[in-house]
Design a protein around this ligand. Structure first.
Ligand code: PEP
Ligand code: MG
Length: 320
């Protein structure tokens, strides 16, 4: 089975009815790049930059970040590399930030909220990303957006970083795309805010499930309630994919659901054409795609989205 999968490496991921699908990789460090190339991924769909910041006493400098982002951009050749700005807080903590006592850290000062509260730190990361953008096809991804003013403040911070670099005569990709994670239910239900302001969207199913079902994703006592097939979750994902398609804005899924082959056909049937996952899952997901007919799946999935009963949903998804 492994050798059979390996043979799929060089094949393009396309459905039987000719729909091309982009299969990208999630990474945490520049040294993950060889593993990404090993499976011929179409790009890096999510570079979680937290790992550059964690388990150390000081923040990484602009130079250090620049080197890491440049290494990934260069390593991936001309392929797209989507780098997420710092998603710190909740399950991912900074040792350099000092202790913060929070009752509900997942609902607290994390991700873009944290970055907007620490503008100098955010600016350093944006400058490093812009400088690295000269060496490949970098896209910037902002996590945990809910409010229009958060997008506006992020874009304003990017403008500050750009004008500083221009004044210093440092070159960067002037057209660098900027996107947002859709991982808070409010964002999925108010997509117009994000479509109007951003170049692309990426659905973070891990947090979308946590926030929609009010289940702490790190709490084992409620892990049995963490259900990707809950009808509310399926409808939010489908809504995001379909609203994005109508608006002509690319949508990917980069949460765990994208790399779980039991959900590949479901997501294809919702109209998803861009998946990002751990590199070790890419070939299995590709195999599912090569066996799928997206037009047939679309009809079946439209029916699944109308179901309310969990058993019926599970059964229908297994039969896809
Ligand atoms: C997600 O929330 O689905 C996601 C991709 O981000 P993370 O798991 O890093 O929060
Ligand atoms: Mg997330």
């Amino acid at each position: 089975e492994r050798t059979k999968l390996k043979r799929l490496k060089a094949n393009r991921a396309a459905t039987i009815d000719g729909v091309e699908v982009s299969l990208q990789a999630n990474i945490e460090l520049a040294r993950d790049v060889p593993g990404v190339k090993e499976v011929y991924a179409d790009g890096v769909g999510l570079f979680r930059t937290e790992f550059l910041f964690m388990n150390r006493d000081t923040l990484p400098t602009e130079e250090e970040q620049y080197e890491a982002y440049r290494a990934v951009a260069t390593g991936m050749g001309g392929k797209p590399v989507t780098i997420r700005t710092l998603d710190i807080g909740a399950d991912k903590n900074l040792s350099s930030g000092g202790p913060r006592l929070e009752t509900n850290p997942a609902l607290g000062l994390r991700a873009i909220r944290y970055c907007l509260a620490e503008p100098q730190m955010f600016l350093v990361q944006l400058r490093a990303l812009l400088r690295a953008s000269l060496h490949g096809k970098i896209r910037i991804l902002i996590p945990m957006l809910a409010h229009a003013h958060e997008v506006d403040a992020s874009l304003a911070a990017l403008e500050v970083a750009k004008s500083q670099l221009r004044a210093e005569k440092i070159k960067f990709d002037e057209a660098i795309p900027i996107g947002g994670m859709i991982e808070i239910p409010a964002a999925a239900l108010a997509l117009g805010i994000f479509i109007k302001r951003l170049d692309f969207l990426s659905i973070g199913t891990n947090d979308l499930i946590q926030y929609t079902l009010a289940i702490d994703r790190t709490d084992a006592a409620v892990s049995h309630l963490y259900d990707p097939l809950h009808p509310a979750i399926l409808r939010l994902i489908a809504l995001t994919i379909q609203t994005g398609a109508k608006a002509g804005i690319p949508v990917s899924v980069c949460g765990e659901m994208a790399g779980d082959k039991q959900f590949t056909r479901l997501l294809l049937g919702m109209g998803l054409h861009q998946f990002s996952m751990h590199p070790s899952q890419i070939l299995e997901v590709k195999q599912e795609i090569l066996r799928s007919n997206s037009a047939e799946l679309a009809i079946k999935v439209a029916k699944i989205l109308k179901l309310d009963e969990p058993d019926k949903i599970r059964e229908a998804v297994d039969r896809l």
